[in-house]
Design a protein around this ligand. Structure first.
Ligand code: MD6
Ligand code: FE
Length: 222
């Protein structure tokens, strides 16, 4: 992430093609450009969170370095190490709490969830992933949360990505969905445990994020 102040009037790419709302499967929706109206405030809050809890490459349970660098905010944060994947109230880097969830994050996540049909969303954590060129996330299910009733809300910022939208089984052939800066994906209900992933990020430059994709992924974990 570069340190320049966001240029509110700069040439920020937006997604001009495709419907504003796209259903991926029952319970899963892409909201095109949904984060654009709040992008400047979101970006500023993101820099504050990353200053308080710096991004780092965690280790997988098998001991590999993740290609994605992560941090979190909220009352707990997503952690991976030799003991496995989990949510922890403490940031292992500092031993202290994670930064609080910025109001602009919470509001964006709640509004996106409501538009996608999930009223009353109360996420307690936001995992922030930074993908450099080539970074990826292999197909997986999100099942370390205690609450599968609540949806997952994922905000895409910076470089575009190809999101893999799989089925209930790992072997189900995934849909490939292009996500660009400002798109928000919501999955819950019958879609909550679907397999998903992100293909390796391709080279490019985004005015705010540089050669990175950043995702904000909201969950009710505790
Ligand atoms: C994304 N992240 O970064 C999606 N899931 O766009 C995830 O799906 C994810 O980064 C579970 C645990 C960590 C993650
Ligand atoms: Fe996931």
């Amino acid at each position: 992430m570069d340190d320049a102040t966001p240029d509110l009037f700069g040439d920020v790419p937006t997604n001009s093609s495709g419907p504003a709302r796209m259903a991926l499967s029952p319970g899963a929706t892409v909201l095109r450009g949904f984060a654009l109206p709040s992008q400047a405030a979101v970006w500023e809050a993101l820099r504050d969170v990353a200053a308080a809890a710096p991004f780092r490459h965690m280790a997988t349970p098998g001991g590999l370095r993740m290609s994605v660098a992560s941090t979190s905010c909220g009352t707990c944060g997503w952690v991976s190490d030799h003991r496995g994947y989990r949510y922890d109230a403490a940031n292992p880097e500092s031993g202290g709490p994670w930064p609080g969830m910025p109001a602009v994050f919470l509001e964006l996540a709640r509004e996106a969830a409501a538009v996608a049909g999930f009223d009353g969303y109360q996420p307690d954590t936001c995992l922030i992933n930074r993908y450099e060129v080539g970074a990826r996330l292999t197909l997986h299910q999100d099942k370390n949360e205690r609450d599968f009733q609540s949806p997952i809300v994922s905000v895409s910022l910076g470089l575009p990505a190809v999101f893999l939208w799989g089925g209930a089984q790992r072997s189900d052939r995934p849909l490939r969905v292009s996500l660009v800066h400002g798109d928000v994906t919501v999955w819950g209900g019958p879609a909550r445990l679907r397999f998903h992933g992100v293909l390796p990020i391709r080279e490019g430059r985004h005015p705010w994020a540089g050669a990175c994709r950043i995702s904000l992924t909201f969950r009710k974990a505790g």
